[in-house]
Design a protein around this ligand. Structure first.
Ligand code: ATP
Ligand code: MG
Length: 440
């Protein structure tokens, strides 16, 4: 038995003995015993009353002090209180951390009651769902999110598949909705912004449709010829050569398309280069000029080159050559016979290094310029296709330049001509000991 119980027993025994002795002396045993035990009961009741008072006014009053058994009881209660306070502190701490984590979440989170009333929502729910907490607490969710698909989804109760809806705050934002039931028929609704993914998915679909469309024409032509030839019993050598030439043309076109697609995919997926070469662009220009003259053939374009021989470029020779030759090919293909094409490689006054191709060709209307680097974009689809274009050339240029921290500036005027300039940052320009500039 604890020591304090023994103390109480000794007090009671003490009261009994004292009452007996005093009662025997005074002859009023009963009265004295009643006074002694009465006092004991009075103090006990007083402690009980203090305890009751404290329990009722726990927030304001201090826990009472006492000795003996009551002191023990009060100490025990004090310890219990401390433990509860610590637990509460820890819980509050966790709650604060949870709330700050939920507030920092980019996803919208809403907790719904069994009746689909809003119990809690994080700040992102305001941006994506238009639900402000605590303003909308207690409001039925369907009053704020009225999308019929969403209402049906939430009421149906099968949440195995995610739902996609437009954000009621901004129809440009696409949301993926996930509902998780928990507790006593409550629900956690999570809305994730999937605009970027939806856009990528759309781009992918367009891309596949475009590639199929581009491949279909040459394949149809090839298939048609093969079928015709198969049905022929006799054929003149001259006709056969003509057919075969057309078939080869279509095969070359498909080959070009596949090569360009592979090049694009390589540029997009390749890791950033860790080692750049110092590319002698002046040397590249000599090859590019020859290539342009070959492509021009009978059209006799006037092709000039102006180059800063001491200016070199840090980058990938192969990628740069592919980009530059795309620009030069375009200039030749979209400039009428006899037109002028000027290739230039020089430093700009701000130190950046510029490769430019100017032509006196047909030019491009302003509204097309922002779209030129999109895959398969052509100003005149039929003409570009007829001349063997895949519509991927400038996309390749854009990706090569991106990998070289460079940009493509396009200046063009219909009927006057165009200038395509690749602007490389100063950090990629290098000087070597050579004559400063010259006309090649
Ligand atoms: N120098 C230019 N002058 C006029 N129009 C141009 C010029 N360069 C490009 N264009 C226009 O921009 C479009 C896109 O060019 P891009 O190089 O991406 O494709 P393409 O030349 O049609 O095909 P590819 O280069 O893949 O063979 C072209 O179809 C053409 O209409
Ligand atoms: Mg091109």
């Amino acid at each position: 038995m604890p020591q304090t119980i023994w103390r109480e027993i000794w007090i009671l025994v003490g009261i009994a003995i004292t009452s007996l002795v005093l009662g025997l002396i005074t002859g009023r045993l009963f009265l004295i015993a009643a006074i002694g035990f009465g006092l004991y009961i009075f103090f006990t009741l007083r402690h009980l009353q203090r305890l009751r008072h404290w329990l009722r006014n726990r927030q304001q009053a201090e826990i009472p002090d006492a000795g003996g058994l009551w002191g023990d009881v009060f100490d025990e209660i004090r310890q219990l209180m401390k433990q509860t306070e610590n637990r509460e502190d820890r819980l509050n701490d966790m709650l604060t951390r949870f709330q700050s984590a939920a507030a920092a979440m980019p996803d919208a989170m809403v907790i719904l009651s069994q009746e689909s009333d809003i119990e809690w929502a994080n700040p992102s729910a305001g941006r994506l769902f238009g639900i402000r907490y605590p303003r909308d607490a207690g409001t039925r969710l369907f009053n704020l999110l009225r999308d019929p698909d969403f209402v049906q989804y939430l009421q149906h109760g099968d949440y195995s598949e995610l739902l996609e809806i437009d954000s009621p705050e901004n129809s440009e934002i696409k949301l993926s909705i996930q509902v998780t039931p928990f507790g006593s028929l409550q629900k956690l609704v999570i809305g994730r912004d999937v605009t970027r993914l939806a856009r990528l998915e759309q781009m992918r679909r367009h891309f596949v449709a475009n590639v199929s469309h581009e491949l279909r024409t040459p394949l149809t032509v090839l298939g048609g010829f093969v079928e015709t030839l198969g049905h022929m019993d006799q054929i003149r050598m001259e006709d056969l050569k003509k057919y075969l030439a057309t078939m080869q043309e279509q095969a070359v076109r498909m080959q070009r398309l596949v090569d360009d697609l592979l090049m694009l995919s390589k540029l997009e997926t390749a890791a950033p280069r860790t080692h750049d070469e110092t590319v002698d662009v002046t040397a590249l220009l000599a090859g590019l000029k020859e290539q342009a003259e070959l492509l021009s053939g009978e059209q006799h374009h006037v092709i000039t080159v102006e180059t800063d021989k001491s200016l070199r470029l840090l980058g990938s020779r192969e990628e740069l050559l592919s980009a530059f030759s795309n620009l030069v090919n375009n200039a030749v293909r979209y400039t009428p016979a006899g037109g002028r094409i000027a290739l230039a490689w020089k430093a700009a006054p701000d130190g950046s290094a510029c490769f430019s191709v100017s032509d006196t060709g047909e030019g491009i209307a302003l509204e097309h310029v922002p779209h030129l680097t999109e895959r398969f974009y052509r100003v005149d689809t039929a003409r570009s296709r007829a001349s063997g274009g895949t519509g991927l050339g400038l996309s390749i240029v854009k990706h090569v330049l991106l990998r070289h921290d460079a940009r493509l500036d396009i200046e063009s005027e219909p009927g006057v001509g165009s200038t395509f300039t690749c602007v490389f940052p100063t950090a990629r320009a290098r000087r070597v000991d050579h004559p400063v500039s010259g006309i090649a």
